[in-house]
Design a protein around this ligand. Structure first.
Ligand code: URA
Ligand code: CA
Length: 436
């Protein structure tokens, strides 16, 4: 079998065998198959898709291309969650303390932000002293001792995906569901775990713009997870406006702390509780109503916030951050953006807000860019809110005064105000369980 035969088959919509897929991935990683050949195959996959067997073979080949991480010496049922990416998505910083305060170990490997989306590691590093460079042994130790750890990836996980993702990015083949599903799931499955909850974002700020394709992606990922023996559930959540009110690293840490104290934005709070309840329900037979009651109690009685402090201190961070926001980086400059007309907020497109936050200094264009931990956007109003002309819609933070002036103009265009009342759709749209 030559790579030309494989491309030819896929070009005509013929299914590839497991061996063909495995050999193709191995040969691509070793350099025998060239980028131009793989590009042609990716485009053929984009147009002709893959069946479950092919998707599972692709996922397995990508897992096998690198290291796997054995977390089995973490005591208890190991839970993990993954969001397909969004703007202002601070859920890991809230869900981790909630789950570990409940008694489920939460040892997670997270990523950094790029483009319009932020990354959990960057957010955490806005806390003075906190470091995320834990070895696998340290993650296990921290999770067993404190109940929670969040770290970067040290192991060489799924190098095939790294190479393929860069090529997809350069050949307009990122948005193929079999490729996205196998890319995400190979990285998750390379790390040991019992239960996985996928938060598949739908909307303007997400990979999947419409519900139908998000549902297909969710079903594909749940099938892969179950096929590899991981209990997997997916929920579809709206990402047409940023989640919560804060977008930016230090701002989002503050928002996570507020939420753990019970004073966070409603959408973020309800999503985190919804995620926690579903993950806990995957690990036991308890009634969801009872679990929800217990999860809410952990916020009310301060245990979730205390758990956040223990986690921060265990990773070298200044735990006083939970009661003293002045510990977080403060921006030298800020600017209030005011409503130019009265009415109701109609839309705050997440993608545009994410790009603006990036340009204020909160994000990266390339992985080498340095971050301004205090930069970002705080939305005082969200979709559906009533506003009067002159009300502050948002506050912009940046070390670059000229970026603030430009940001004000851009945000004026981004936020749409309607003269009529606006209906707000529920954040959680759908859920996908095994067997659908
Ligand atoms: N995230 C990933 O990790 N892979 C994709 O292909 C898309 C989003
Ligand atoms: Ca947020």
């Amino acid at each position: 079998m030559s790579v030309l035969e494989v491309i030819e088959k896929k070009k005509h919509g013929v299914h590839l065998t497991t061996d063909e897929i495995k050999k193709t991935i191995d040969d691509y990683v070793s350099g025998v198959i060239k980028d131009y050949q793989m590009s042609a195959l990716l485009m053929a996959i984009y147009f002709n898709g893959m069946n479950d067997e092919e998707i599972n073979a692709l996922t397995a080949s990508m897992i096998d291309s690198g290291d796997t991480v054995d977390l089995s010496s973490i005591k208890g049922t190991i839970v993990d969650k993954h969001s397909t990416g969004g703007v202002g998505d601070t859920t890991t910083l809230i869900l981790g303390p909630l789950l570990s305060a409940y008694g489920l170990p939460f040892g997670k490997m997270s990523g950094r932000g790029l483009g319009h989306t932020g990354g959990t590691l960057d957010k955490l590093e806005s806390i003075p002293g906190l470091h995320v460079d834990l070895s696998v042994e340290e993650i296990i130790e921290a999770t067993n001792n404190v109940g929670m750890a969040v770290a970067g990836q040290t192991a060489n996980i799924t190098p095939a995906d790294k190479k393929l993702y860069a090529l997809r990015d350069a050949t307009a083949t990122v948005d193929a569901i079999p490729l996205i599903a196998s890319s995400i799931m190979s990285k998750k499955l390379a790390i040991h775990g019992d239960c996985l909850l996928l938060d598949v974002k739908v909307g303007d700020g997400a990979f999947m713009r419409d519900k139908e394709s998000a549902l297909t992606l969710a079903k594909t990922m749940v099938s892969i997870g179950e096929n590899f023996g991981r209990k997997t559930v997916a929920i579809l959540t709206r990402m047409d406006q940023p989640l919560g009110k804060a977008v930016g690293n230090g701002l989002e840490v503050q928002e996570a702390i507020d939420t753990l104290r019970g004073e966070g934005p409603e959408d973020l709070t309800e999503l985190c509780i919804g995620l926690a309840v579903r993950l806990i329900a995957m690990t036991c037979d308890d009634d969801k109503k009872r679990i929800e009651h217990d999860v809410r109690s952990l916020i009310k009685n301060g245990k979730a916030l205390e758990q956040f402090r223990r986690f921060v201190e265990n990773q070298g961070g200044d735990g006083r951050v939970v009661e003293d926001p002045s510990i977080l980086p403060k921006s030298t400059h800020s600017l209030d953006v005011k409503a130019v007309s009265s009415g109701y907020i109609q839309s705050i497109p997440a993608h545009d807000v994410g790009i603006l936050a990036r340009d204020l200094g909160a994000g990266r264009i390339t992985m080498d860019d340095t971050l301004d931990m205090a930069a970002g956007i705080y939305l005082h109003k969200k979709v559906g809110d009533k506003v009067e002309k002159g009300d502050v819609l948002a506050t912009l933070y940046s070390a670059k005064p000229e970026a603030l002036q430009e940001g004000e103009k851009r945000l004026d265009d981004i936020i749409k105000i309607s003269s009529e009342a606006v209906h707000v759709e529920p954040l959680i749209i759908d859920e996908v369980y095994r067997g659908f």
